[in-house]
Design a protein around this ligand. Sequence first.
Ligand code: PGA
Length: 260
Amino acid sequence: MAPAPRRPLISGNWKMHHNHFEAISLVQKLQYILNDEDHDAVDVSVHPPFTDLRSVQTVIEADDLPIALGAQHCHWEDKGAFTGEVSPAFLAKLNVTYVIAGHSERRELFGETDDMVNRKAKAILAHGMTPILCCGETLEEREAGATDQKVSGQVRAALDGIDAEAVSGLVIAYEPIWAIGTGRTASADDAQAVCATVRSVVAEVAGADAAQSVRIQYGGSVKAANAVELMGQPDIDGALVGGASLVAEDFAGIVRFHQG
Ligand code: PGA
């Protein structure tokens, strides 16, 4: 039997943008623009800042919107003396579906390590949510020919000790660091090549079935103008979008890649 096709997932990572009023307005606009055809073809998630989550959850649930609620980060412990951190249990209570872990901004600016990403991935899964595990190389690493080594190492570390069935349901986002927020995008061929490497690492650690089902997003200056080509690659199953997810029309333009 042919394996089930992977449903594309377009995720908007709002980073530290939009207060809860702006967040409500953006989700409402998005829902106004997106139609049933879009939701039939593509899964959509939004990842507002923590202070917006409850407001956005309320809008999504009150209007039964087919948009998944996502978070940008969490701690790996359920509770404790971790000033400023957010428990995955609290996110699960807000009906969060996806939690980003190991975004390069968290790794570079806030000292997140591979080990922390792995602990978070397990905690997110333990609470019935789906991790979006980020990986990606710096420009220096790319120029030194070390992209595959860096990305493979990050993926192996993130998945360590996670069983194959759980791996098959998660999401990995390949985001070359030099392409994030810079307006520079990896060429579709380069992005495809690294995403194929990511899938082969998943096959190594969790088997062929998990590799076939795991969804791999590309991230880094994705816009409506490059989305069709990127999403058309065999190993790219969606996008993690920063800047272009902050404006409803721009984000909807990316979701509409399915129109070709
Ligand atoms: P960008 O950000 O689309 O603004 O490059 C992507 C991300 O960091 O997730």
